[in-house]
Design a protein around this ligand. Structure first.
Ligand code: ADP
Ligand code: ZN
Length: 706
């Protein structure tokens, strides 16, 4: 029997990768794999994608595809394979993955491709002399690039990726096989020798290595994907790449217009653009000839999408590099436990940068034990830190203060009746914002005016503000140092377009003395004038109900500390904590990453959390708590029946750490252990549950945070 197109359709209750055969549309002889189509489904017309060609089962009557959308297929075989892998790995319906990955719509009118603003042709780069460590790292990466550089790598390393039916034809292997395997001197897993973890302390010049590696890839005729956590936080890297490489560099970000998105995607597909810099969604760009993927700050949580589908762009990048024969660089000063374990186990080759160029020293660190620092009048501005701030102001040096807590005070409390003000839609305390004089929920963003009387007991003027947020610190600083020029960098001060850049610009030009910020100040920036960095409360992240709390604490501290001492004057970092002996704080301040890793990986081994075990979270959400509870109990029972006792544990059902969010009650179960072989059964079980219920069920593989 003849082969017919297989189509996955956007219908929610189907099995995740169920395909349907159709007849090709009448006068379209060359229907291509990856094309987006409209097909009849029952009485409706729905959207779908052609994911293969095969002989339909005998005896079924096929209906024709109604039409093909667009003049080119949405996906090439490589991206289709990637989508299948994601659907399997993240236990997510394939059509939704394809929708997530699908290219930007063609705008009604297309413009000619305009060069991006602020672009200058080849500049200072290529001249900076690399130091010895940079040279060693680069040499290894370049050797790997050259091996795949004859363009054969693309078809080579496809092994292991789930293959879409029909995709096989497009990718006959492999003239370069011999050179590939002979160059792969390291035995072991696929990709060893082509995947690197670049572990370089803050300020050690990783960007320089990325840039040179990218230039080499380009010279070999290959394209480059450079992933960054957030474009706005990496203006320097973008500027360097543009200065060195001109208008073959494209930047992918949320402010692009529809036309710009379309142009960028097409440019990448045609190979006119050779470098794409962007956040996690750029990992799906349709490269023609991808040779290098860089994942900068690979540990960053923003690579993880926090809504369905819950994918992790680093994981996708690793998989994509393997499927393409591309070289991969994961870069970080504070690698994720996953990546460092990968290097330990030989999946990644570890490259180290242990020094800052030009002999710039790492800052001195002083840990302040808040239990001894009783001066409550100053809230989080302890005596030692205040003294140091005053000193820097006197010397006209700059200060960064870090507190990862928005608003003025996180708790509004009535001492007469004991009431704590909560959001009406979420089980979360409201935060007082002094600048706007209102109360806000940081989970659903709702606000309400500050009441004059306690809503519980009616007492007038009784409400008290407990705890210290970043606005309170700003308020105190302005009182203590009236002459100082102070700016706050957080979600609230950067809502308006351009404000983020303006605040950092002003700090960069030394028009600001003290910059106080949330985690926005922790990343990337390079301010040589900063000689003091104060971490006001190092323990905030430690208290979160999350197995990554310790890792996150270490990473944030090490990153923030890296902002000091980038200029000629050596810097100091002051870390205030109630747990001065905690290993994450000790390691971030003194002992360094390997010491942190040794202790943290032991905890993960004992507890079975990733990367020492797999974890899947299943959540049920709905408006009526009783119903949610009933459904999660039923689901848990069904799951238990699937699981072989010793190797997998089921935790819960339990309320989510934030039980109620935007009017929805949420309960959850966690599956832990060796889940690999059971994943498809778990998915099918949940899929069956989805059919006849009004509750929302979500699956998150390798969940992050709250
Ligand atoms: P990282 O990304 O590792 O934190 P950067 O790439 O931002 O570090 O580099 C920190 C600073 O060191 C930058 O100002 C960069 O221009 C400079 N730098 C990097 N490599 C060299 C070098 N070989 N010689 C001199 N300066 C360098
Ligand atoms: Zn809320």
């Amino acid at each position: 029997m003849d082969e017919r197109p297989e189509v996955v359709v956007e219908i929610s209750h189907l099995r995740h990768d169920q395909v349907f055969h159709y007849l090709p549309p009448g006068e379209m002889p060359g229907l291509e794999l990856g094309a987006r189509v409209l097909v009849p489904f029952g009485k409706k017309t729905v959207q779908g994608w052609v994911v293969g060609f095969s002989a339909p089962p005998p005896g079924v009557t096929l209906r024709p595809i109604e039409s093909v959308v667009g003049d080119k297929p949405d996906f090439n075989p490589e991206l289709l394979r990637l989508a299948r892998w994601m659907a399997d790995y993240y236990l997510h319906p394939l059509p939704e993955i394809l929708k997530l990955m699908s290219p930007p719509e063609k705008p009604v009118r297309t413009r000619k491709h305009a060069p991006a603003e602020g672009m200058t042709p080849a500049g200072r780069h290529g001249r900076l002399a690399l130091n010895a460590e940079q040279v060693v790292a680069l040499r290894e990466i370049e050797a790997a690039l050259r091996v795949g550089g004859n363009n054969s790598g693309r078809a080579l390393a496809s092994g292991g990726a789930g293959s879409a039916p029909g995709a096989g034809r497009q990718e006959a292997a492999a003239t370069g096989m011999a050179s590939y395997s002979s160059a792969e001197r390291q035995p072991g897993a696929t990709g060893a020798g082509r995947q690197f973890l670049l572990h370089g302390i803050t300020g050690s010049g990783k960007t320089e290595v990325y840039l040179r590696a990218a230039m080499t890839a380009l010279s070999l005729g290959r394209q480059v994907l450079y992933l960054v956590p957030e474009i706005a936080l990496t203006p320097q890297a973008v500027a360097w790449f543009r200065a060195a490489l001109g208008d073959q560099v494209a930047v992918w970000h949320s402010r692009l217009s529809r036309g710009e998105r379309y142009e960028t995607w097409s440019g990448i597909r045609q190979g006119v653009l050779s470098i794409l810099i962007g956040p996690r969604s750029a990992v799906f760009a349709p490269f023609k000839n991808l040779g290098l993927i860089i994942v900068d700050e690979e540990q960053d949580a923003s690579y993880k999408q926090q809504e369905s589908p819950y994918y992790h762009a680093r994981q996708v990048a690793v998989r994509r590099a393997r499927g393409n024969g591309a070289v991969l660089i994961l870069g970080s000063a504070t690698p994720s436990l996953e990546s460092y374990t990968g290097a330990r186990d030989g999946r990644y080759r570890l490259l180290r940068l242990t020094r800052r160029p030009q002999g710039r020293r790492l800052p001195r660190v002083t840990v302040i034990d808040l239990r001894q620092e009783h001066d409550v009048r100053f809230n989080l501005l302890g005596q030692y830190l205040s003294g140091q701030i005053a000193l820097r102001l006197q010397r006209r040096e700059q200060v960064i203060l870090f507190l990862n807590r928005r608003g003025y005070s996180p708790i509004v409390f009535c001492p007469s009746c004991g009431l704590v003000l909560k959001c009406e839609r979420c089980s979360i305390s409201l935060v007082y914002h002094r600048t706007t004089g209102d109360l806000r929920c940081h989970y659903c963003n709702s606000r309400r005016p500050l009441p004059e009387r306690c809503p519980g007991c009616g007492t007038a003027g009784s409400l008290r503000y407990l705890g210290t947020g970043i606005q309170r610190v700003e308020h105190l600083l302005r009182r203590f140092y009236p002459q100082a020029r102070i700016q706050r960098l957080d979600f609230d001060t950067t809502r308006r377009k351009g404000e983020f850049d303006r605040i950092l610009d002003s700090f960069g030009k030394q028009e600001t003395d003290i910059l106080i910020g949330t985690q926005m100040v922790a990343k990337g920036h390079d301010f040589p004038g900063v000689t003091l960095v104060g971490v006001l409360d190092a323990d905030l992240a430690l208290k979160l109900p999350d197995y990554r709390a310790t890792e996150r604490t270490y990473q944030l501290l090490a990153q923030v500390a890296g902002r000091a001492g980038r200029g000629r004057v050596p810097g100091e970092v002051v870390v205030q904590t109630y747990f001065p002996d905690h290993y994450s704080i000790q390691a971030a301040c003194f002992a360094g990453y390997p010491s942190f890793y040794r202790q943290e990986i032991r905890n993960r081994e004992l507890s079975g959390y990733p990367p020492c075990g797999e974890l899947i979270r299943i959540r049920v959400a709905g408006e009526r708590e009783q119903q949610v509870e009933r459904r999660i109990n039923e689901l848990a029972e069904a799951l238990v029946a699937l699981l072989p006792g010793e190797r997998v544990r089921l935790l819960g059902p339990a309320p989510a750490p934030v039980l109620r969010l935007q009017d929805l009650y949420r309960w959850q179960v966690m599956l832990m252990g060796e889940l690999g072989g059971l994943k498809s059964e778990i998915r099918d079980c949940i899929q069956r549950f989805k059919k006849n219920t009004s509750v929302i069920i979500s699956i998150e593989v390798d969940p992050y945070g709250l």
